[in-house]
Design a binder for this molecule. Structure first.
Ligand code: BTN
Length: 245
């Protein structure tokens, strides 16, 4: 539905309470970059930047995140965690759990987490997560963290670009149902903040495990110079991948 824009009021409608400030941009380079700027200027924890499309969507390891108009939800959440930089590594894994649970709740589908933090549905990647943070060297904590989430809701008319075609998928095969993007983003936001309250305890880990895509699968992995073959046996309490050679 071409006219189905994601509006703050559309998201508020599905959020319990209005404690989040939601900034909606029709188009932006990257919601992470836009929100980092707001963070530097003192924006509050819980501030959200959401957009219809990104011209320079950022992925992990310097890659791009394909973010076409009308086909996905691209948003970033501002966090001001009161924990060590080390504990804050759970932000991304917690977000993967929140995305899975939100998609389940809204659509009834069963996505999985491909360690560390990609969300998969039917063997295809439907969501990527990128957290960027500013470390406070005085106390080893964080000044802020920007949690960026991109979910492919529908397949673009012309299909995914060649480079990612074998990996990328979308939640729906056909067109995106009306208000779906607002409902999914609201569900992710509320689920994430509920889990984030207990970031120190790893309460999310059971759900992470039960959504694990790699458990039981054969993998190859490298340690130093050596490459090994093994089978994934599970996920540790620290969210490390466990494998047997
Ligand atoms: C990855 O899969 O490598 C991570 C992709 C993260 C994409 C999201 S979309 C919203 C936010 N803004 C960005 O520029 N990136 C994240």
């Amino acid at each position: 539905e071409k006219n189905d824009i994601i509006s703050p009021s559309g998201i508020y409608k599905y959020l319990n309470g209005n404690k989040h400030k939601i900034v909606h941009l029709d188009e932006v380079n990257s919601t992470n970059t836009a929100l980092k700027e707001l963070a530097q200027n003192g924006a509050q924890e819980g501030t959200v930047v959401v957009t219809e499309m990104q011209t320079g969507g950022k992925g992990r390891r310097g890659k791009r995140f394909f973010s076409p108009r009308g086909c996905g939800v691209y948003f970033s959440l501002l966090l001001r965690p009161h924990c060590t930089a080390e504990k804050s590594l759970f932000i991304t894994t917690t977000a993967a759990v929140a995305v899975c649970e939100a998609i389940e709740q809204v659509t009834g589908l069963n996505p999985q987490i491909k360690w560390v933090n990609d969300v998969y549905l039917n063997e295809k990647k439907v969501c990527g997560i990128l957290t960027e943070a500013s470390v406070d060297f005085e106390n080893g904590g964080l000044n802020w963290a920007v949690l960026g989430i991109g979910i492919n809701i529908a397949v673009p008319e012309e299909g995914f670009p060649e480079e990612i075609r074998s990996i990328a998928g979308a939640i729906f095969d056909g067109p995106c149902p009306v208000e779906m993007r607002s409902r999914i983003s609201a569900a992710v936001i509320s689920r994430f903040f509920a889990l984030y309250k207990n970031l120190g305890s790893n309460a999310f880990i059971e759900s992470y495990r039960s959504h694990s895509f790699l458990t039981g699968r054969a993998i190859t992995f490298s340690l130093g110079e050596e490459t090994y073959r093994g089978v994934v046996t599970g996920i540790s309490d620290e969210a490390h991948l466990l494998a047997e050679r």
